[in-house]
Design a protein around this ligand. Structure first.
Ligand SMILES: Cc1cc2nc3c(=O)[nH]c(=O)nc-3n(C[C@H](O)[C@H](O)[C@H](O)COP(=O)(O)O)c2cc1C
Length: 243
């Protein structure tokens, strides 16, 4: 059975081109409140959302990370992993605070991601569109300065929201049985990768991307990760500095 909600979710496609129409403030608030209703680790809500609507600030973010969705969006929501409220709460009870480490990063990152996805879905249910912009992490420190992010916080990604000027086709996912396994994990053969490269070529059609899907994977994981995220996490006291 396909409900209206399932249909909406299956129709998702990122929108990167927007009209100049703005999302009314009361509707945006409703959208974000729907996002904030997502599940959250122990109800800690370890994230914050910076709503960037001022053109000058959007321009400054675009100058750091030139993606047209940032400048074209009605609202660019920066999702921030946030243990700053946690330090305030913890200090009520103990003078010890251990914000550093992978587990805390996962808690904040998962919470923020669930809220962000719910926010995008709520926006889509009203006919708006949007896209995640994770590459803002390449300029994590500069963005933190621009948005006055305090200790124990870090920018995760933006979600550009607005009225779609152009909609993309729904992007085919990997085949169900290559991702969803019955009972135990099944390591995949190289053929599923080449088959999916083929599928992606078909999807991209005339605006075929320069690289195959597997080449884009290699461009990400075949080189060492960028260091901007780690450096910013160290500066914000969320990761220990290596000796
Ligand atoms: C965490 C995250 C970060 C992303 N960052 C970017 C980005 O910086 N720029 C961009 O154009 N798309 C970005 N995307 C969108 C993905 O490219 C897109 O979701 C994916 O290609 C699937 O396409 P679809 O959303 O249209 O189905 C990001 C998505 C996620 C989940």
């Amino acid at each position: 059975m396909v409900t209206e909600t399932i249909h909406l979710m299956q129709q998702h496609a990122s929108v990167r081109n927007f009209t100049t129409e703005k999302i009314p403030a009361d509707i945006l608030k409703q959208i974000i409140e729907a996002g904030r209703a997502a599940s959250t680790w122990k109800n800690f809500q370890s994230y914050s959302i910076i709503n960037v609507s001022a053109e000058a600030t959007k321009q400054k973010i675009f100058d750091l990370q030139p993606q047209k969705s940032i400048i074209g969006a009605s609202n660019f929501l920066v999702f921030v992993g946030d243990l700053n409220r946690a330090v305030i709460a913890t200090e009520q009870h103990t003078d010890r605070f251990y914000p550093e480490g992978v587990e805390n990063l996962l808690i904040a990152s998962v919470d923020a991601s669930l809220a962000a996805q719910n926010t995008l879905l709520a926006a889509e249910s009203l006919g708006y569109g949007g896209v995640f912009v994770g590459l803002i992490r390449d300029q994590a420190s500069e963005l933190s300065d621009l948005l006055d992010l305090p200790d124990y916080t870090f920018p995760l990604f933006g979600v550009a929201l607005g009225v779609p000027a152009k909609r993309n086709d729904v992007k085919p996912r990997l085949p169900y049985e290559t991702v969803v396994f019955d009972g135990s994990y099944q390591v995949q053969s190289v053929s599923i990768i080449s088959d999916y490269d083929q599928v992606q070529r078909g999807y991209a059609g005339s605006r075929r991307l320069a690289n195959d899907w597997s080449e884009r994977v290699a461009a990400q994981f075949g080189v060492p990760p960028q260091t901007a995220t780690l450096e910013n996490l160290q500066a914000k006291k969320l990761m220990a500095k290596e000796d």
